[in-house]
Design a binder for this molecule. Structure first.
Ligand code: PHB
Length: 417
């Protein structure tokens, strides 16, 4: 091993090539701001790991107006509503009628493929498969990230700013000292049993189901591959479930009226934990956290990727102000601006979860009360508008009118703080 690490230099060192890191790299490059992205995972892992698939209107707008939306528009599917299902019948929430907005179903790993391809085509510096990542000197104006490259070369990457985009298990979050941060954490007493099945589509739009056996969600990937989930114990062992048992459980939850669950071979299965987390503040010196490194939401509201994109849209505007106008003003307020949306999303995700899932200790009163809540939401314009607004996503905040993201979000009803 070399005694002296190689010295590299960039303006923004981005730790993590997930939605936050890659989108930030893409936006910064459009703004002419030099950056390097590192990730401990291999490119193939990043491009194949299965995650959720709903893109808010603002995420779609930002991708299309910045040149990474072609495949999303061609292969993704615009969804103008969802069904809320209970007592064997579905009621539809019509997004455009209530909000003028919609969402797209386009899996997260496809977004990541598009961002990686765009960065590589533009000559971007992405380094996969690195190890021993550490962040240092973030309280100075010349922080750095050290790591070992896939070929064993040790590197110290000096920069002006570190963007911590390495998810909930990454090193960046832990670089904020315990006595300088508050961790807000909530564990739910549920998990989601997720399957991927080779089957035809059961419904044109997502079906969020309440039943006395617990929640179920019918989603889709392609006309021949379906994604479905049902609420389970977070400690459930998926290997104890054969295909017949899984289909019986899903059928028992979604059964009713004329709904037909179309079945087929289950090709992937797993249990997803449900938790909420927010770190406060979202920055420490020259380290700025974005996406899952700063917060986690349960999957019910489909907010994870969208929050990551919204964070970096705000962070990019702040970094443009720093590098183009020499002011740290927007970086100083980054965490507060981003957290405003994060807490709305936490509430929405918690609320959807509480309305549709059965708590382990739930009694008859709790179930009837949930049905009352579902009726209020689905039968009232006021109730369904809240759901539609939150699901399709709040506008991305515009803080810097000179930013490359300003054009994309100017088309939405942006709020200037
Ligand atoms: C998915 O398609 O994987 C999906 C969709 C909506 C959610 C969660 C997951 O709320």
């Amino acid at each position: 091993m070399n005694a002296t690490p190689r010295s590299d230099r960039t303006r923004v060192a981005i730790v993590g090539a997930g939605p936050a890191g890659l989108m930030l790299s893409h936006l910064l490059a459009l703004a002419g701001i030099d950056n390097v992205v590192i990730d401990v995972r291999e490119r193939a892992d990043i491009e194949t790991t299965l995650r959720a698939g709903i893109l808010e209107q603002g995420t779609v707008d930002l991708m299309t107006t910045t040149g990474v939306g072609d495949r999303l528009l061609a292969e993704g599917k615009r969804h103008e509503g969802i069904a809320i299902r209970s007592r064997g019948a579905s009621r539809r929430i019509d997004f455009p009628a209530l909000t003028g907005r919609a969402v797209h179903l386009y899996p997260q790993h496809e977004v990541l493929k598009d961002l990686i391809a765009a960065r590589l085509a533009a000559g971007g510096d992405l380094r996969f498969g690195v190890r021993d990542v550490g962040v240092q000197d973030v309280m100075s104006e010349s922080p750095s990230v050290r790591f070992t490259e896939a070929d064993g070369t040790r590197v110290v990457l000096s920069c002006a700013v570190v963007a911590g985009c390495d998810g909930s298990q990454g090193v960046c979050r832990t670089a904020v000292p315990r006595d300088r941060r508050t961790d807000y954490f909530h564990a739910y007493p549920h998990g989601w049993f997720g399957i991927l099945a080779e089957a035809p589509t059961s419904a044109d739009e997502l079906v969020y189901t309440h039943s006395d056996r617990g929640f179920a969600l019918i989603s889709s990937r392609t006309p021949t591959v379906q994604r479905m989930y049902f609420q389970c114990d977070p400690a459930e062992d998926p290997s104890g479930w054969d295909d017949a048992r899984i289909w019986a459980e899903l059928r028992a939850r979604v059964d009713g009226d004329d709904f037909v669950l179309r079945e087929g071979p289950i090709v992937q299965r797993g249990v997803i934990p449900m938790r909420s987390y927010v770190i406060d503040p979202m920055s420490h010196g020259r380290l700025f956290l974005a996406g899952d490194a700063a917060h986690t939401v349960p999957p019910t509201g489909a907010k994870g990727l969208n929050l990551a994109v919204a964070d970096v849209a705000v962070l990019c505007q702040a970094l443009e102000r720093l590098f183009h106008q020499g002011s740290t003003e927007l970086l100083d307020s980054y965490g507060r601006t981003a957290a405003d949306r994060v807490w709305r999303a936490q509430h929405f995700s918690w609320w959807m979860t509480s309305m549709l899932h059965t708590d382990p200790g739930a009694d008859a009163f709790d179930l009837r009360r949930q049905l009352g809540e579902i009726d209020q939401i689905t039968d009232s314009v006021a109730g369904s508008t809240y759901l539609a607004e939150a699901y399709t996503g709040w506008p991305i905040v515009r803080t810097n009118p000179d930013s490359v993201v300003a054009g994309a979000i100017a088309t939405t009803a942006g709020r200037t703080p």
